[in-house]
Design a protein around this ligand. Structure first.
Ligand code: NDP
Length: 273
């Protein structure tokens, strides 16, 4: 019998998850159906329960439901617990398991696909929203020399740095305090690029960096990536690899089979021009 999975978000029309999971299933011979569900803004839990009752095995969660999915879970894995958000659920009997694969997907893209080591690196993470929170534990597990989290709202970054201090060297910053500093890689986990905006990043901060990574994907050269290009950063990447890698982690969690991600990333990549 075909096992059912879905991604839930609002809006959901743009989601690439059905395409990605369909490709994984075809390549690994897994008999699954994967659909996209537009969750009602005031009825998320009911929609999840209805999907489970109809035989659903698991769901990917996207904006704006990652916090509600966290609350709905009966069991949370450490990454989800620390992030306070989940992007994948697994249903087993009466249990709803929650994990968060965004961060590990990002780390896998940087270290495996792009071949850039985080160990010993000075890393600057821009933003302190859901995506940044999910990235902190997997980042710190790579043992960077220092992880600086910069956010417009400094208190949010400070809260995060405090929460994760036991896991590695993490420092909170405002944007102005970054002036004059240098990093090995700069990762834009803000949503600024969705509005074609640029975080208030002193331009010299990008000089000398080996990688500039933009979580937003499919938009070509965003203002952040353009700033990095102008600063001479040799490697630029958007978040399409992260998207595919987090999907692969969820696929392994649900199905026990690891799909190859390279071909899917190549098919979805839009040149950064
Ligand atoms: P949130 O809404 O939770 O957080 C948004 C963050 O962006 C906050 O830190 C906010 O700062 C900051 N921000 C927004 N606008 C600006 C601006 N103009 N200048 C500086 N900072 C700004 O979003 P998420 O964390 O969930 O997502 C962030 C981005 O990551 C999204 O664009 C999303 O598309 C992308 N993403 C990509 C994924 C992938 O697989 N490639 C997966 C998940 C997310 P403040 O706190 O000060 O308001």
């Amino acid at each position: 019998m075909t096992d059912r999975y879905a991604v839930i978000g609002n809006p959901i029309g743009h989601s690439k998850s059905p395409l990605i999971h369909g490709s994984f299933a075809a390549a690994t011979g897994q008999d699954i159906a994967y659909s996209a569900i537009e969750g009602p803004l005031d009825g998320f839990a009911d929609t999840v329960h209805a999907f489970r009752a109809a035989g659903g095995f698991g769901m990917n969660i996207t904006a704006p439901f990652k916090l509600q999915a966290f609350d709905l879970a009966t069991d949370r894995l450490e990454r989800a617990e620390l992030a306070g958000a989940t992007n994948a659920l697994k249903f087993e009997g009466s249990r709803i398991y929650a994990d968060n694969f965004d961060g590990v997907g990002l780390v896998n893209d940087i270290t495996r696909n792009l071949g850039v080591a985080m160990k010993g690196a000075r890393v600057l993470l821009l933003g302190a929203g859901g995506a940044a929170r999910g990235a902190l534990l997997p980042f710190l597990a790579q043992a960077p020399a220092e992880l600086v989290v910069a956010n417009r709202t400094m208190a949010t970054a400070a809260g995060l740095a405090g929460k994760f201090a036991a896991h590695g060297r993490v420092v909170a910053s405002g944007y102005a305090e970054l002036a004059g500093q240098r990093f090995d890689m700069v990762i834009n986990a803000t949503s600024a690029s969705l509005k074609a905006e640029l975080p208030p990043l002193p331009a010299e901060v990008l000089q000398g960096a080996g990688l500039a990574y933009e979580l937003v994907y499919g938009k070509g050269l965003t203002p952040f990536l353009r700033l990095a290009q102008n600063a001479g950063v040799p490697r630029l990447a958007d978040g399409v690899g992260m998207l595919v890698e987090q999907a692969a982690e969820a696929f392994v969690w649900w199905r026990g089979v690891r799909p190859d991600t390279r071909a899917v990333i190549d098919r979805m990549t839009i040149p950064l021009i």
